[in-house]
Design a protein around this ligand. Structure first.
Ligand code: K2U
Ligand code: ZN
Length: 172
């Protein structure tokens, strides 16, 4: 397993629409293992493959709290089959937009279909933080960042803040 570099705004790769995975192979699983290790190291609770520069429709997630055993989840070619109308606000962050947090409204329950780590099909409802995180990650698969749901002013502020932080780090 390896920890990979997480791309940050304004990297154009993050705007790519990720392609479906033809078959879940050992190579797919090796990538998911790397993504999970990268996510734990960040730390984060979700990660899309495009964030480590691989525009494939793959997501990893672990919603377990720090005082709970790890509970990794793997999603290949995830689809949202149904969304309820009710929405919930959540203050989101993103490993590709470091140190910026803003509230985003999203449907509070969604019905998912995806292939798991073994390549088997799964259908289930997601709610609460699971619903927030899977929708945030599935946005990544469409080249959409959570800041794209904000005003132009807030989006530009977030991007300028990350660019400035990268300039300062480069000159340190
Ligand atoms: O896509 C990512 O960058 C991973 C996010 C996933 C996430 C964003 C918003 C809401 C829930 C999950 C990172 O895990 S951001 C860090 C984080 C950690 C705990 C709760 C919220 C955000
Ligand atoms: Zn993100």
């Amino acid at each position: 397993m390896a920890i990979r570099r997480i791309l940050t705004v304004p990297d154009p790769v993050l705007k790519q629409v990720s392609k479906p995975v033809a078959e879940v192979t050992d190579e797919t699983r090796a990538l998911m293992d790397d993504m999970l290790e990268t996510m734990y190291d960040a730390p984060g609770i979700g990660l899309a493959a495009v964030q480590v520069g691989v525009p494939l429709r793959i997501i990893v997630m672990d919603l377990a709290r720090e005082d709970e055993p790890k509970a990794p989840r793997f999603f290949v070619n995830p689809e949202i089959l149904e969304r309820i109308e009710e929405t919930q606000p959540y203050e989101e962050g993103c490993l590709s937009v470091p140190d910026f947090y803003e509230t985003v409204e999203r449907p509070s329950r969604v019905r998912l279909r995806y292939l798991n780590y073994s390549g088997e099909p799964v259908e289930e409802w997601a709610e609460g933080l699971y619903a927030v995180c899977i929708q945030h990650e599935m946005d990544h698969l469409e080249g959409v960042l959570f800041i794209d749901h904000l005003s132009r002013l807030k989006r530009n502020y977030a991007i300028d803040k990350v660019k400035k932080a990268k300039r300062l780090a480069a000159n340190a």
